[in-house]
Write a protein that binds this ligand. Sequence first.
Ligand code: DC
Length: 238
Amino acid sequence: MPTWLDQKRRGVIITIDGPAGTGKSTVARLLARHLGLEFLDTGAMYRAAALLAIEQGIAPPDGPALARAVGRADLHFDFAEDPPRMKVGDRDVSVRIRDLDIGEIVSVVASQEPLRRVLVEMQRAIARDHPCLVSEGRDQGSVVFPEAAVRFYLDADVTERARRRAGQLEAAGIEVDHDRVVREIAQRDEMDSARADGPLLRPPGAIEIDSSRRSAEEVVEELARIVRERLGQAGLGR
Ligand code: DC
């Protein structure tokens, strides 16, 4: 079996897909750090597209206009930072794209096929420049990197996901109606799963992990152990 260092020389992609509120981003970031890989947050790219829609007055369902705007915008990550920052030209939008107005339209933006085509191509281009990646999103193991070395699907109970989401909102000083958060999460799952292009699904062959009632660190431990088993031990977690 090739060693981990051999794997890294050739490039190694690990994908983590799953719905919102599973702790996926935190887990992906920590796993990347643990394995000495880079971290690609593809949700940030859809959020940046939603920001362009707001700033340029583009209707969220206008796929061709979104694709054009993204094509013109010099959307990229600054990989010198950990986690990498989402940039539009010189502007760092990493914080702005977490605002509520973005969350309200991003599902509709992300369901537009012309936009997805552009962003999927960008994600593959990023992987050519950064071949050792933990890539996180909804379609990374199914559409973007079906040949990835290890593909995970992270899930959790809807009530648990709503609890995490409510915690994030409360931490941001926003008053929360818990039943409403559960409804919104269920609605968003439905939208992300039902769309025709790049829907949220469990890719065949992906390893399913349930993160309910477990800390991000515990989940990372498990994922790292699985990667180690699959890809060889030597040099892992340097
Ligand atoms: O993971 P997140 O909340 O930052 O994702 C923002 C939105 O983008 C969410 O509606 C799902 C969508 N998304 C997607 O459709 N495909 C991806 N690869 C990543 C995110």
